[in-house]
Write a protein that binds this ligand. Structure first.
Ligand code: HEC
Length: 242
């Protein structure tokens, strides 16, 4: 009996202990290996000047050790987001800069990690209507928010045209609600707009509307996919136009 239990120890427990130990150390190695994505706004250049009511072309690159490089089309360019923010003065921009890289608010995090940007842009029609058009069409009431949550989770067609929005059963009603609220808030804010992709254009304000003294702050960001069980990392770059 005694001899038997010793054998059990050697045959099962020792290999099991080794297995657990090896896997544990493998996990800790992986943990150290998710690198921060390097995001760079190539154009326009930081501190350059801009004209009112003019098209500005932008170009962004992302290099991530695990996910790949936009240079070689290894990344989904739709996951690269540019926030274009107009601020009345430089102090406002400095206050945001001082905060450093911030986590995405929950509503934006859903947009980024789900497939929404494959079909929606903020300011121009794609397969689906732009978020801006949606925010203009519906007034922000609790019943409209609930209606849009229902359409996103259960799918929709015929309201905007013949295209179909697929169902999103993997998202909770609460998550989708925060997303819709985020869309209502930011798609209506005329001082902030968002663009997806590594290249594109945006238009600066009319000088009459801007009071001729503001600055533009461009923030490009990318949330990496990292590795299983490892926290995703957000890389970002900021340029200020004056
Ligand atoms: C495969 C393309 C596709 C994807 C992916 C997609 N949508 Fe849509 N979306 C559409 C289309 C097409 C419509 C218009 C549907 C219609 O006319 O009824 C739409 C409509 C909407 C509307 C307006 C609905 C209404 O009742 O007017 C919202 C809000 C919306 N989408 C948000 C989202 C969000 C958030 C996601 C990601 C979780 C998402 N969409 C993913 C294609 C898509």
């Amino acid at each position: 009996m005694k001899k038997g239990s010793k054998l059990v120890y050697l045959n099962i427990l020792v290999p099991l202990t080794l297995f657990v130990a090896i896997n544990f150390s493998a996990t800790s190695i992986i943990r150290q290996e998710n690198h921060l994505p390097v995001v760079k706004i190539i154009n326009p250049k930081n501190n350059s000047t801009f004209d009112w009511d003019t098209q500005v072309n932008y170009e962004i690159s992302v290099a991530d050790k695990e996910d790949g490089d936009t240079k070689y089309d290894e990344l989904n360019a739709k996951e690269v987001l540019l926030e274009v923010r107009y601020a009345g003065n430089k102090a406002k921009v400095q206050a945001i800069l001082n905060k450093g890289v911030q986590n995405d608010p929950p509503g934006l995090a859903v947009l980024r990690t789900s497939n929404c940007f494959n079909c929606h842009n903020f300011n121009s029609k794609a397969i689906g209507p732009s978020f801006n058009e949606i925010a203009v069409k519906y007034t922000t009431t609790a019943s409209n928010v609930d209606l849009l949550v229902k359409h996103i989770r259960e799918g929709s067609t015929g309201i905007w045209g013949k295209e179909t929005m697929p169902t999103h059963p993997e998202l909770s009603a609460e998550e989708v609600k925060r997303t819709v609220q985020w869309i209502f808030k930011y798609a209506k804010d005329t001082d902030v707009s968002y663009y997806v992709g590594t290249t594109g254009t945006f238009r600066t304000k009319l000088s009459a509307a801007a009071g001729k003294k503001g600055v533009y702050m461009l923030t490009a960001s990318y949330m990496d996919h990292g590795l299983k069980m490892v926290k995703h990392l957000k890389g970002q770059d900021v340029v200020v136009l004056r």
